[in-house]
Write a protein that binds this ligand. Structure first.
Ligand code: PHE
Length: 322
């Protein structure tokens, strides 16, 4: 019978040597030390042992039991340490990589730039914090002129403000260059507007300006037709509505057909002589057109969005859907 104890010891050692996880170790423990385990079974066999050998048998089983308990305890500590210190488990599934996505407004801005470049415009830049002179004065919007109300904004000092439109870049460009020129400026603008479904206190604009000899309204019309067809597709039609801007004459609002109706997406006109005078161009010699696009509006039309605030809330669920 003592031989039987040795057999169990050998069997245990074989199995024990194959253990590689805490789970396997626990299963092994139950198989040997559990209520129905090998050790308990051995002890039950004591009845079969001759009375004079029972003591020796009992001791042998007990020794084996203690041996197994110790081995399991040691192995458990080792395995626990190992599992804790393991930095990566190569068998675990990887963390999904969250790929970024372009914001719909950025996509529209990039598209506008691409179209403008295709039509021969050069991309220029300008500051968002602007002198009152560039935002208003040089654009033929004198102080106390009621049209300043159309572009109410936040002033930083008496003379400095958050620009209300991209048109000051017209002045900055012409001041620094001689005509002819054909420039396009995408950028951000600010207004003292409420944040509601159709207004945002900060939004995007893109400005186009072409100055040359004998530029006519027909040139403006052709350019805007090409522009909008690139943007919304070849079937796009546009409609001009008379409008008023102090820096263009005549001035127009441009609507595109979309679904059942017409949507306004830009303001435009022929550069006003006063604007040429402000930058030292001779209005008798030079002519030009200018236009200002609303990328937020365009993105709303293109993506079928009815609330401008969605663009600025940065809710990933919204961005991911587009
Ligand atoms: N700057 C005008 C606006 O913000 C748009 C415009 C640009 C109109 C250029 C005419 C020419 O409303």
């Amino acid at each position: 019978m003592v031989k039987k104890v040795d057999e169990i010891r050998k069997k245990f050692k074989d199995e024990f040597n194959k253990i590689s996880s805490l789970k396997e170790l626990e299963d092994l423990r139950i198989r040997y030390l559990g209520k129905k385990g090998e050790i308990t079974n051995l002890l039950k066999k004591i009845k079969e042992v001759a009375p004079e050998d029972r003591k020796a048998f009992g001791q042998a089983v007990n020794t084996l039991k203690v041996e197994i308990q110790n081995l399991i305890k040691e192995a458990r500590e080792k395995l626990e340490k190992k599992e804790k210190s393991r930095k990566f488990d190569l068998t675990l599934p990887g963390k999904p990589l969250i790929a970024g996505k372009k914001h719909p407004l950025i996509k529209v801005m990039e598209e506008l730039v691409e179209i403008a470049v295709g039509l021969g415009f050069e991309i220029v830049d300008g500051p968002e914090i602007e002198w009152e002179y560039y935002n208003f004065e040089a654009l033929n919007i004198p102080e106390y002129h009621p049209s300043r109300d159309m572009w109410s904004t936040l002033f930083i000092t008496d003379k400095m403000l958050l620009r209300t439109h991209t048109s000051p870049v017209q002045i900055r460009t012409m001041e620094n260059r001689k005509p002819p020129l054909k420039v396009f400026h995408p950028g951000r603008v600010y207004r003292k507007d409420p944040f509601d479904a159709s207004h945002a206190p900060a939004f995007f604009q893109a400005e186009g300006l072409y100055v040359d000899k004998n530029v006519s309204f027909a040139d403006l019309k052709a350019t805007l037709e090409m522009f909008t067809r690139e943007l919304f597709g070849p079937q796009t039609r546009i409609r001009f509505l008379p409008s008023y801007f102090p820096f263009t004459e005549p001035s127009t609002e441009v609507l595109v057909n979309w679904g059942e109706g017409w949507l306004e997406i830009l303001g435009a006109g022929m550069v006003h002589p006063k604007v040429f005078e402000a930058v030292g161009y001779d209005p008798e010699e030079w002519t030009g057109y200018a236009f200002g696009l609303g990328p937020d509006r365009i993105a709303m039309i293109k993506y079928g969005i009815d609330d401008i605030r969605l663009f600025y809330e940065n809710d990933l669920r919204f961005i991911k859907e587009l």
